[in-house]
Write a protein that binds this ligand. Structure first.
Ligand code: RIB
Length: 305
């Protein structure tokens, strides 16, 4: 029986345009393409964990619209348990994404139905949390819900992962002791710690500060520079596999889902980080959020160039 990963978070329909570069304020650019793609940080992490070997349940909300049906259907197609994905009387979450010729993106999200994921909804699906080995949260649903979910997961004795994305401010102080693995990227680590993070050295300083706030372990993802792991006693740097990037959307989600799936399957932290890194590297070689996420056999077949 594969280990059980529960993802509590967002489902968004991504409205993706490709353009030569990201637009400046007040500017209209001629785009090259448009696509609607299933996404949302929570749903992407659920898909990643499922494709990479875990048994997955999703806890979230979609709207009573066509996007809601597609978003839920995409998870069901991955054999993800959606008993805790509620349909609410609102529009589904959307993300407006522009990807430029350097494969960088800019994203604006509108929460819609994701805002209906309240602490009460989490309590209604407590049995789903109880069945988990690893529970993952992110920040595209209300803060009160994330705080409640983290603390309940900790009380149940689960392995708790927070991907603090998107983050633009420090986290509530009483969340930190409920988190086993805090996984921010550079800008999120900077927002949380109040320190600049633009190198391995500055990432170490920020990670030390986050651990001092009470979180168990920190993994700062640094894009092409790899990942920094910190556990309060030591730092370890994991260089990133080198690939040709097409679109970085959902690379962080793929890392988080892959790391969780590997950890739940009993891999060591170092093995789980390397596994997540290969999965994330493969995801950036393909366009879109969920369509870009590799399978277990893709990861096993990966050979560094
Ligand atoms: O992390 C990528 C995701 O961020 C996209 O799929 C989009 O929905 C936004 O939530």
């Amino acid at each position: 029986m594969p280990a059980k990963v529960v993802v509590i978070g967002s489902l968004n329909m991504d409205l993706v345009t490709r353009a030569p570069r990201l637009p400046r304020g007040g500017e209209t650019l001629i785009g090259k393409s448009f696509a609607t793609v299933c996404g949302g940080k929570g749903a992407n992490q659920a898909v990643a964990a499922a494709r990479l070997g875990a048994q997955v349940s999703m806890v979230g909300c979609v709207g009573s619209d066509a996007y809601g049906e597609q978003l839920r259907g995409a998870l069901v197609a991955e054999q993800i348990d959606c008993q805790a994905v509620s349909v609410v009387d609102d529009s589904s979450g959307v993300a407006l994404i522009v990807v430029d010729d350097n494969s960088q993106n800019a994203i604006v999200i509108v929460a819609g139905a994701n805002g209906a994921l309240t602490p009460e909804v989490i309590d209604r699906f407590d049995a789903v949390l109880q069945a988990a080995d690893v529970i993952i949260c992110q920040l595209e649903v209300p803060d009160a819900t994330v705080g409640h979910a983290l603390k309940r997961s900790r009380a149940l004795g689960k392995t708790v992962i927070l991907n603090p994305a998107p983050a633009s401010r420090p986290l509530p102080a009483d969340w930190y002791t409920a988190i086993d693995y805090l996984i921010p990227n550079e800008s999120e680590a900077s927002a949380l710690s109040g320190l600049p993070v633009d190198s391995l050295g500055t990432a170490e300083t920020a990670a030390a500060r986050l651990i001092a706030l009470g979180t168990g372990k920190v993994i700062i993802t640094l894009g092409a520079q790899g990942s920094l792991f910190a556990n309060g006693a030591a730092f370890e740097h994991f260089p990133a596999p080198k690939v040709e990037a097409v679109d970085t959307t959902a690379a962080g989600d793929t890392f988080v889902g892959g790391f969780a799936a590997a950890l739940a399957a009993g891999k060591s932290e170092a093995e789980a980080i390397r596994f997540g890194q290969v999965a994330a590297a493969l995801s950036v070689t393909r366009a879109g959020a969920q369509p870009s996420i590799p399978t277990l056999s893709d990861v096993q077949a990966f050979k560094a160039p």
